[in-house]
Structure formats: C-alpha cells, structure tokens
Design a binder for this molecule. Sequence first.
Ligand code: HEM
Length: 147
Amino acid sequence: GKDKELIRDSWESLGKNKVPHGIVMFTRLFELDPGLLNLFRYKANCGSTQDCLSSPEFLEHVTKVMLVIDAAVSHLDDLHSLEDFLLNLGRKHQAVGVKTQSFAVVGESLLYMLQCSLGPAYTAPLRQAWLNMYSIVVAAMSSGWAK
Ligand code: HEM
C-alpha cells in the first residue's frame, strides 16, 4: 500500500549512503541520551561521540544498524520472516546492556535523520509509515529480552 511505497521511495537514495546517514542518526542518539555512549566501549575508547566516530568498530555497528533497516525495507511484505533474526538480535543487545526503552530514542533519531535527509519530502504520512515499520522491528527485537 501507500505506506510501503513511501518507505521504499525514501530509502531508495538513503540506502545508497548508509554510513553518512547512520552517523547523523547516532550523533542525534548521543545528543538525546549521552549515557548510551557507555555501551560502545569495544577496545577503543568511546568517551565522546567523536571518539566513537573514529572507532572502526563503532562505524561497523552503524553499518550493521543500517543493514537491518535495509533488510526491513526489503521485507516490508513479509516482515515476520525476520522475527527469529530480530529476536536473536534483541538477545544480543540485552547481553551488552541495552534497555528496551532506549529503542524509543533510537526511533526518534531515525526520524531525525530522515527529516534531515528528506527535507520537504519528510511529511506526516511518511513519518507515520516509518514509525509503523520501526515499531514492528522493535517489538520483534524486544521479544528477545529474557524476563
Ligand atoms: C551489535 C549496541 C541499537 C543492530 C551491537 C553490539 C553493541 C550494540 C555494543 C555488539 C558489538 C558490535 O557488534 O558492534 C547498541 C546500542 C544500541 C543499538 C547501544 C542503541 C541503544 C541497534 C539497532 C540495531 C542494531 C537499533 C538494528 C535495528 C546490531 C547488529 C549487531 C549489533 C546487527 C551485530 C549482532 C551480531 O553480532 O550478530 N549493538 N546497538 N543495534 N547491533 Fe546494536
């Protein structure tokens, strides 16, 4: 339907430049919740956003996030086929100390990145379409949290 069209059309160009767009998203994430920097320690130091952005492991994570979004966009017609993958992904995030509540802030950062990149093409229906898809991804990831 219309939602899928809005998502696919907007991702068409964004998906070709994953890292720069992912950096906009994560820079926003750390502005909204600087505490999340602590979860990206790796071997390198993620004491600040700049430290994080100069760590290859962190940039790899940015790419990984964008690839999951890319997978969701390509599976809009059968998102449930990603459920097992996303449940396991949720499990890994619980293990590294992420709280499910943080996914709301990630969602806000995703919308911020879309707004920055799409300009006037960022409309209320487009925002809602992305939120709907993101909510499905987050629900599937959150099912991986052990109680
Ligand atoms: C792995 C942190 C959100 C996708 C990881 C790792 C950390 C981490 C520390 C393990 C090290 C690594 O692979 O780089 C976080 C934090 C997040 C967040 C703090 C936000 C609060 C997300 C989101 C997605 C995602 C929203 C995708 C929608 C991945 C993937 C991996 C990963 C694909 C690799 C899992 C594997 O090794 O199989 N994340 N992450 N992350 N993350 Fe995230």
